[in-house]
Design a binder for this molecule. Structure first.
Ligand SMILES: Nc1nc2c(ncn2[C@@H]2O[C@H](COP(=O)(O)OP(=O)(O)O)[C@@H](O)[C@H]2O)c(=O)[nH]1
Ligand SMILES: [Mg+2]
Length: 327
């Protein structure tokens, strides 16, 4: 759409020989309108093979011609699609977000229907086992029911502290420091909410204080750790500290782990105790890039107070995780 500005004047949906079937054509038109915008309706033309009579397709609101009379038809097109280009990127993000919310809802519905497992586990808080296996360096997964929770974010955003909150014990080194404390991907496994969970703490993959070759090695290690099964990514951001480097962190992560990473991503706000108002009010007043980031993750976020040993926050996070990862 942007490339054809101030057009496009015409959308031509060309139907192949043998494909001139009412249902099929209707499906394609619907898909186009849903994908692009309703405003294309007035400028959409069905182009049928020359051998067909345009009347074989019954869609009175649509212009229909054959390949033979296309020239004549195009000469009549004067006004471009009335599309608001100011809203272009907003529309794309909103559309993507809606699709993702729909996908997540479908996943959640099916997981609720098929498994009561999480409910069982959640009855008694986060329901963690006391046996944590620390697998520094990580080993390949050994159970298809294992859930990988990967902590991502800038140095100091609270990844390691959040990992400890999830596990209910201090497994990862976490402290205030000018230089990165975590330099290696680290894994700790535990049994939570009826399933095996591996919490993967990572260094800041984009922190220039860490050698590029080390960062690339760690990225590769992280990729290998979450190759199959259920994997959820928590993008840690400190409430009240949204840095320039964080503005495009989602983009960078998508470049490294693939575009679809956002489908399994939750924005995790740490230092929740610093919120003066509710998180919703905070987000309403937040700068565009932060709002955009949350929007990209289909509006899925969570708040942690890592100094608070309150299991309810973990329980609620696990519920959100279940919604996007399935049981
Ligand atoms: N008060 C408070 N401090 C936090 C919270 N989360 C993290 N921190 C502190 O922030 C600092 C950096 O956290 P850390 O987990 O090491 O960050 P990482 O580099 O992303 O792993 C540490 O001093 C943590 O104790 C939180 O929710 N509340
Ligand atoms: Mg850390």
């Amino acid at each position: 759409m942007a490339l054809s500005y101030p057009g496009p004047h015409a959308f031509l949906l060309v139907i192949e020989e043998g494909q001139v079937i009412q249902d099929e054509v209707e499906k394609q038109v619907k898909w186009l309108v849903k994908t692009i915008d309703r405003s294309i309706n007035n400028n959409l033309t069905l182009v049928l093979p020359s051998s067909h009579n345009p009347k074989v397709i019954d869609m009175p609101k649509l212009k229909i011609c054959t390949a033979n009379d296309l020239d004549k038809h195009l000469a009549d097109l004067k006004s471009p699609v009335k599309y608001s280009y100011d809203r272009y990127s907003e529309d794309i993000v909103e559309h993507r977000s809606k699709t993702l919310r729909g996908k997540r809802k479908a996943l959640d519905d099916s997981s609720r229907k098929n498994h009561k497992l999480a409910d069982r586990g959640l009855e008694d808080g986060a329901s963690r086992s006391n046996n944590h296996t620390e697998i520094y360096g990580g080993s390949p997964r050994n159970s298809s029911n294992t859930l990988d929770i990967v902590l991502l974010g800038q140095t100091g955003s609270g990844k390691s502290a959040s990992g400890n909150t999830i596990l209910g014990t201090k497994c990862f080194a976490s402290c205030a420091s000018a230089s990165p404390v975590t330099r290696d991907c680290q894994v700790t496994e535990s049994h939570m909410c009826g399933r095996q969970v591996r919490v993967i703490d990572t260094p800041d993959f984009f922190d220039e204080a860490i050698d590029l070759s080390v960062r690339n090695e760690q990225i590769e290690k992280c990729r290998q750790l979450c190759q199959s099964g259920s994997c959820v990514y928590l993008l840690a951001i400190q409430v009240g500290r949204f840095t320039d480097g964080e503005r495009d962190i989602l983009h960078k992560l998508q470049n490294v782990f693939g575009y679809d990473i956002i489908e399994k991503m939750i924005v995790l706000f740490t230092r929740g105790e610093d919120l003066k108002d509710s998180i919703e009010e905070f987000l309403t007043a937040a700068e565009f890039h932060l709002k955009d980031m949350v929007q990209h993750c289909a509006g899925t976020y969570h708040v942690f107070r890592n100094k608070d040993h309150n299991e309810q926050q973990v329980k609620e996070l696990m519920e959100k995780i279940r919604c996007i990862s399935g049981p």
